[in-house]
Design a protein around this ligand. Structure first.
Ligand code: CAA
Length: 379
């Protein structure tokens, strides 16, 4: 057993830290405040190879696996969870689903530009009546000659209106329940494809979250991913891996909250000494650091399992469950340690706490993670 990062992963960590310090941290508060989608950062992440970090080199990616991906997301999330969620949805959901289940032509046409960062991706599974109950899809895709006719809508879609390439699910056979769900690649600009207004969110405010509306969109037959009826399983498998990087995102947010708190308690003088000299404060920092360390071990272990071809679904659910709830606890304590200053926007911990909250909800709520974990243990 070796708990050290190997040289390749250490290098990814250093490159991403430097990038996040210079290009991400500097605009994080502004894009949160103004809800600005950071197009310039996406372009820079593309040039650095981050948009396809886990995708093999033969498809234009960096071939760094999920360990490299998790490290990158952890570092970027320490600076800005808006930026990291753009990368998570693009790479772990849209690009990965095409990589895992697409055919040769689909990989050349769609995956390569996604992995190179030339196109931005999004993933549409959630619908008004299909949130946690993902199999209750109402969007339909009806085969009509050489194309499917797509009708319905998706909500809360990350990268929503800003993406170019979308992987979406729809019912191709409503009589078959979840075995009638299929997956498709669709493109921005196709007739009948429009967007709802951007959602006004509590956190990750610079990211784009919108409804996708499909009205008689003609989707060429060749844009079906895999076979008809395989869409639900493919989406679930995609989410299994996606949860590793959402856990890494929550971990990075918690690490940043811990770092900010350590700095603050060493500087802040109350009762004639720094807060860090008070035992009650020392114990809070100890608890926060222990939780962060636990979270990191879960994230790296689930990424290692995936990269080594081992079963990782339960581990990724555990990492996502623990890290997301841990990030909420740690950021909440960070606010407490900052006192009144923690509650105002001049201090980073205020944004960190708002950003942490969504990690307990998207890519499967904590309740769904508990369902997945317990049903595997108790079956
Ligand atoms: N891998 C492979 N197959 C799987 C699977 C997995 N992880 N999970 C389920 N399946 C298969 C089952 O084996 C079963 O197949 P068979 O019938 O052939 O045996 C089939 O799928 C149905 O399984 P279930 O009966 O368990 O399905 P269910 O309807 O009860 O749902 C669920 C299971 C775990 C609750 C699932 O619906 C789920 O994960 N819900 C949460 C959805 C979610 O995470 N949404 C996030 C949206 S994306 C997002 O948030 C992105 C973002 O913004 C950043």
């Amino acid at each position: 057993m070796d708990f050290n990062l190997d040289p390749k992963h250490q290098m990814i960590k250093e490159v991403c830290r430097k990038f996040a310090d210079n290009e991400v941290e500097t605009i994080a508060a502004e894009i949160d405040e103004t809800e600005r989608f950071p197009l310039e950062t996406i372009e820079k992440m593309g040039k650095l190879g981050l948009m396809g970090i886990s995708i093999p080199k033969e498809y234009g990616g960096a071939g760094a696996g999920y360990t490299g991906f998790a490290i990158a997301i952890e570092e970027i999330s320490k600076s800005c969870a808006t930026t990291s969620v753009i990368l998570v949805a693009h790479t772990s959901l849209c690009a990965s689903m095409i990589y895992n289940s697409g055919n040769k032509e689909q990989k050349q046409k769609y995956l390569v530009p996604l992995a190179k960062g030339e196109k931005l991706g999004a993933f549409g599974l959630t619908e008004p009546n299909a949130g946690s109950d993902a199999s209750n899809q109402q969007t339909t895709a009806v085969l009509n000659g050489d194309h499917y006719l797509l009708n319905g809508s998706k909500i809360f879609i990350t990268n929503g209106a800003h993406a170019d390439t979308y992987v979406i699910t729809a019912m191709t056979d409503t009589s078959k329940g979840l075995r009638g769900i299929s997956a498709f690649i669709i493109e921005k600009g196709w007739e009948g494809f429009s967007f709802g207004p951007p959602e006004n969110k509590m956190g990750i405010r610079g990211s784009s979250t919108t409804e996708l509306i499909f009205q008689d969109i003609k989707v060429p037959k060749e844009n079906l991913i895999g076979k008809e009826g395989q869409g639900f399983k493919m989406a679930m498998m995609t989410l299994d891996a996606g949860r590793i990087v959402v856990a890494a995102q929550a971990l990075g947010i918690a690490e940043a909250a811990l770092e900010e708190s350590i700095k603050y308690v060493k500087e802040r003088i109350q009762f004639k000494k720094p807060l860090s000299k008070q035992q009650i404060i020392q114990f809070m920092i100890a608890d926060m650091a222990t939780e962060v360390e636990n979270g990191r071990n879960l994230v790296y272990k689930s990424a290692w399992l995936k990269d080594n071809g081992k079963s990782f679904g339960i581990s990724s659910s555990m990492a996502k469950l623990y890290c997301s709830e841990m990030a909420s606890r740690v950021t909440n304590k960070a606010i407490q340690l900052h006192g009144g200053y923690g509650y105002i926007k001049d201090y980073k911990v205020e944004r960190l706490m708002r950003d942490a909250r969504i990690t307990e909800i998207y890519e499967g709520t904590s309740e769904i993670q508990r369902t997945v974990i317990s049903s595997s243990i108790l079956k």
